[in-house]
Ligand binder design. Structure first.
Ligand code: HEC
Length: 114
């Protein structure tokens, strides 16, 4: 019974969002919110690793439980980096769910592995 309840809850949480993510808007958000610390157009390290082609890539940073930076991993990371890796230096103000979806759409559109 309990398991069924958790499964139901999990399914509810993973319902695809009705919002259609906007990659062009995501690019603008990335330019404002990520470029203080990340290059978007190269993999060169700035304050953090360059994010060119990050979607689908294996994490280059240590201490994160993801095999690849897919949509779920990026969403979890951008929602709360410290929740994933308590001692991470990536400290950012909150990003809304809509903005995260747009950011992910941008990274996906930019990547060869989408
Ligand atoms: C204040 C600086 C800062 C800002 C702003 C910032 N990051 Fe980061 N980011 C970092 C640092 C530092 C790391 C390395 C963290 C570590 O090693 O724990 C990192 C790591 C990452 C990684 C892991 C990359 C890899 O190669 O595995 C991703 C993905 C990422 N950031 C995405 C973003 C996105 C998207 C934004 C904009 C919404 C953003 N970051 C904004 C500092 C920042």
């Amino acid at each position: 019974m309990r398991r069924a309840l958790w499964l139901g809850l999990a399914l509810l949480c993973f319902q695809p969002a009705a919002y259609a993510a906007d990659a062009a808007r995501g690019k603008l958000i990335a330019e404002v919110r990520c470029t203080p610390c990340h290059h978007l157009d190269s993999t060169t390290f700035q304050v953090g690793p360059g994010l060119l082609d990050i979607y689908g890539k294996k994490p280059t940073i240590s201490g994160v439980p993801f095999r690849h930076w897919d949509a779920e991993a990026l969403d979890a990371w951008l929602a709360n980096p410290r929740g994933i890796k308590p001692n991470t230096k990536m400290s950012i103000p909150r990003i809304s769910k809509t903005d995260r979806a747009d950011l992910i759409a941008f990274f996906k559109s930019q990547s060869a592995r989408n």
